[in-house]
Every structure is written in structure tokens, then in C-alpha cells.
Design a protein around this ligand. Structure first.
Ligand code: SF4
Length: 246
């Protein structure tokens, strides 16, 4: 289940301010009339296009749920296809489901997922439901081990088709495996992060995986810079600037 976004109130405000402080943001300029939903600049695709891609994605999700192509089908509880909007402008791609995701059938719902939600909602000022979130692998590797190259090769067609159907304007690669998949490189995430790449003409921003940020909170500042670059590329004002008097 998608973690609930903090509602209005002093606790939510305190939580949001603490989040920005962690990121090194010293000043916020929010007008008293600012509301999250009203200010999220997310133009919707035409209803017909949205329905078409949503139904194609549903068929693909069904195909994935029956998949027995690699060994991970024997140990998964269920497949984890995606979460979010079929007409998202931003698509986040992680590595593989963990225990919580395997149990719930949704990507990024454990501790790392909660941090990702805060990065999207509090950091970028966008509803999590307005982006699209998927993983390179659709089944959990046992004990959360790294994906094996043959597993990635077996599963790659599903993610490629998801990207084709969602047609995001920007891809955000969360961690090494997603970045290497999209950019077809062997480089590590330390070298790749923060530099734009391209996947079939779609701009790719590699950044740190939220699990890594939980272990290394000092790196949140870099991840924040990467997300700011994504917002700038899409012409979206960061929430700290929205409502600022001009
Ligand atoms: S990881 Fe991908 S290829 Fe392997 S069984 Fe799951 S869906 Fe199929």
C-alpha cells in the first residue's frame, strides 16, 4: 500500500521542514494559500491515450504475473509490476522487490519506499500517484541479494515495454542496477549519478537508491540536487520556490 502523504497540520509541517533541513535547504518560500494538490503541475494526457496505455499495462502486468522465465519465479510470493500513473511524466526505476514489496505486490513500500515517497512528495512536491515506479526485476531475489545478469536479461523485455507504454519525459534510475540497465554501461553509481544520460532518446538521471540513502544519509544532498535537475528539465518549480513572491 502506498504510504499516506502527511495531511495538513503541525506534525506534517514539522516532518516536511525536517526533511528539507536534512537536504540542506535553509529557506522555504510558501505562501499561506499554497496547497500541495493545487500546485502540482501535472497536465493530464488525453483520456483516450490514458485508457489505451492503462489497458496495455494491465495486460502486461497479467503476463508478468504468470512469468516463469527465470529461477526467481520459484521463490517469489508474487510479482511486483509497478505503481503510479500510466501517463506519468517521470518514471522512477529501482532494482528489484524486497520482502515488503514481495508481500504487498507493490514496488517501494518498505522503509526505502517510504523515503522515496518523501523524496517525491516532500522534496519534489509531486503526488506519488502522479509518477510511475517500477523495478528492473519483477520478482524478489532471495535474501535481497543482487540481481544476477541472466535474471536481468530474462526480465528486461517487461521493463522495456513498460517504458514504451508510459512514454515518460524523464527516467530516474535509482541505484547502480537501474542506471546500468538504462545506460548500458558497467560504470558504478558514484560516477554516473548527477549526469544526464539517455535511453532510446529519453533523458535519464541516475541517482542514489533510497536504500543507500538510508545507510548513508549524508548523500541525501546529492540526491536532492539530482531531483532538482529533473524538475528543472521538466520546467517544474521546486516546491521551495512555488508561492515565492516575484
Ligand atoms: S524476475 Fe522477471 S523474468 Fe524472472 S520470473 Fe520474475 S518476471 Fe519472469
Amino acid at each position: 500500500m502506498t504510504p499516506a502523504r502527511p495531511g495538513p497540520g503541525s506534525d506534517a509541517l514539522r516532518e516536511t521542514l525536517a526533511y528539507y533541513r536534512d537536504l540542506g535547504v535553509a529557506e522555504l518560500y510558501l505562501s499561506s494559500s499554497f496547497t500541495f494538490e493545487e500546485n502540482a503541475p501535472y497536465p493530464a494526457a488525453s483520456p483516450t491515450a490514458r485508457l489505451a496505455s492503462a489497458s496495455d499495462l494491465q495486460s502486461l502486468a497479467k503476463e508478468v504475473s504468470d512469468c516463469v522465465t527465470c529461477r526467481l519465479c520459484k521463490t517469489r510470493k508474487q510479482t511486483v509490476f509497478a505503481d503510479g500513473s500510466p501517463d506519468a511524466r517521470i518514471m522512477f526505476i529501482g532494482e528489484a522487490p524486497g520482502a515488503d514489496e514481495d508481500a504487498q505486490g507493490l514496488p517501494f513500500v518498505g522503509r526505502a519506499g517510504q523515503l522515496l515517497t518523501r523524496m517525491i512528495e516532500d522534496g519534489m512536491g509531486l503526488p506519488r500517484s502522479s509518477v510511475y515506479i517500477a523495478n528492473v526485476l519483477k520478482c524478489r531475489p532471495p535474501d535481497n541479494r543482487n540481481p544476477e545478469p541472466d535474471e536481468i536479461a530474462s526480465c528486461r523485455g517487461y521493463l522495456e515495454r513498460q517504458i514504451d507504454l508510459v512514454k515518460p519525459e524523464v527516467l530516474v534510475a535509482l541505484g547502480k542496477f537501474a542506471a546500468q540497465f538504462l545506460l548500458e554501461t558497467e560504470e558504478g553509481i558514484m560516477r554516473l549519478r548527477g549526469k544526464w544520460g539517455s535511453y532510446r532518446g529519453i533523458p535519464v538521471m541516475p541517482t542514489f537508491h533510497p536504500s543507500f540513502l538510508l545507510r548513508q544519509p549524508a548523500q541525501k544532498k546529492e540526491a536532492w540536487e539530482d531531483l532538482l535537475a529533473v524538475l528543472a528539465r521538466l520546467g517544474i518549480e521546486p516546491p521551495a520556490r512555488r508561492g515565492k513572491a516575484t
